[in-house]
Design a binder for this molecule. Structure first.
Ligand code: SF4
Length: 384
């Protein structure tokens, strides 16, 4: 399908040429791709780029999601996860409960993904101590913790700077920030949906500062609510611009909005075609971010599998226990085993590659003692 003649009939011949030559697409190119009714044509362009970058590989990670609390001072209208303090459905895990979840991951676990609401009372010292204890309990587990929104909240609560919070958490053992909280950067959308939350410029600034002190991060975009196509593309362009300056984004994660149990439950969810097109256009626009994720929790396993042919190269991971998407009505299972993920990827005709948080290949070595070692490009560990 990746034939200039085919794209000529769709009026996309120039975009096909740019993709073939590795040239950067403009926002107007992105708008034309979103407007194209031929989903296979858009998907083929994205698959071409994805294959050029990653060949036949599709990545996954053995991770565990831990939500330390859903108590949050904000009230984002798209959020079904947060609760106010004292609400019967609020929760707050103790340090021991969190450490038990980390231990339960066994030696096979390579990533702890830790996020929560913007808690009014938990001090930064609590999180520093928690991270140090996780590091002491499982030195080989990569700690990916706290969104840019949480980092800015910690700074505000402590009366200190974002730079200080990042430095203290890095020194405690945080190795990477997840990409959540970006939503769409549009001030119009944020004013309507999450006026109390850190704004788009603030989110980008936290990430810039993290990148500058050597903390890599991911980036997300929540789509399929009240945003326009142009606002999606502006969001991607802002990420691309920061990535040109810092190179600190590892993976882009388009998150399809789950309306159930939110103030926006009257909105229909994005269609499968919109999901696939958004992933494909993300792959094409974000020419300087190496990886695009098909997050099976939000997409469903079956659509995420198809997305591997629409520009996505990563399937995320085992997850084990997911709350944020499921409280908003995600119908996927809570977690997947490595075997299930590998089967799903193989069945799509691709090669499953286990990775760590930074997309370094993981080789399982039963002869090791469960410790990570090796060069920065290769990691060995014991497989429980
Ligand atoms: S999206 Fe995050 S910041 Fe907003 S209410 Fe939910 S937990 Fe709080």
């Amino acid at each position: 399908m990746f034939e200039p003649r085919y794209y000529k009939n769709l009026g996309l011949e120039d975009i096909c040429h740019k993709v073939a030559e590795g040239e950067r697409l403009t926002i107007s190119d992105g708008e034309r791709l979103f407007a194209c009714p031929d989903i296979n044509a858009v998907g083929s362009l994205a698959h071409h780029v994805r294959t050029r970058l990653h060949g036949n590989s599709a990545y996954y990670v053995v991770n565990r999601h831990i939500n330390y609390s859903n108590i949050c001072v904000n009230g984002c209208r798209f959020c079904a996860f947060s609760r106010k303090k004292g609400d019967p459905l609020s929760f707050e895990l103790s340090e021991d409960e969190i450490l038990d979840k980390i231990r339960a991951g066994g030696n096979g676990l390579t990533e702890a993904h830790i996020v929560g609401g913007c808690h009014p009372d938990l001090a930064l010292a609590f999180f520093e101590d928690l991270v140090r204890k996780i590091r002491g309990t499982k030195p080989d587990v990569f700690i990916k913790a706290f969104t840019a929104v949480e980092i800015a909240h910690f700074a505000k609560n402590e009366g200190t700077s974002v730079k200080d919070v990042l430095a203290r958490l890095k020194s405690a053992g945080v190795q990477m920030l997840p990409g959540g909280g970006a939503e769409v950067f549009s001030a119009r959308v944020r004013e309507l949906l999450c006026p109390e939350k850190l704004d788009g410029e603030g989110w980008l600034d936290v990430m810039r500062q993290a990148h500058e002190i050597g903390i890599k991060t991911n980036a997300t975009m929540l789509y399929g609510h009240i945003e326009t196509v142009r606002e999606r593309l502006d969001h991607m362009a802002a990420l691309r611009e920061l990535q040109d300056r810092t190179g600190g984004f590892v993976c882009f994660i388009p998150l399809t909005f789950q309306p159930a149990n939110t103030v926006l439950s009257h909105l229909p969810p994005a269609t499968g075609v919109d999901d696939l097109k958004t992933i494909a256009v993300s792959r094409l626009m974000l020419d300087n971010i190496a990886h695009v994720k098909a997050y099976w929790v939000m997409l469903s396993v079956k659509l995420a599998q198809a997305a591997l042919y629409f520009g996505a190269d990563d399937f995320d991971g085992t997850v084990v226990e997911e709350k944020i998407g499921h409280m908003a009505g995600a119908e996927s299972q809570q977690g997947m085993t490595c075997r299930e993920i590998e089967r799903t990827i193989r069945d799509a005709g691709l090669e499953p590659v286990e990775r760590d948080s930074l997309f370094r290949k993981v080789f399982r070595n039963p002869a090791s003692e469960g410790r990570l070692s090796g060069s920065p490009d290769f990691v060995w560990l014991n497989y429980d």
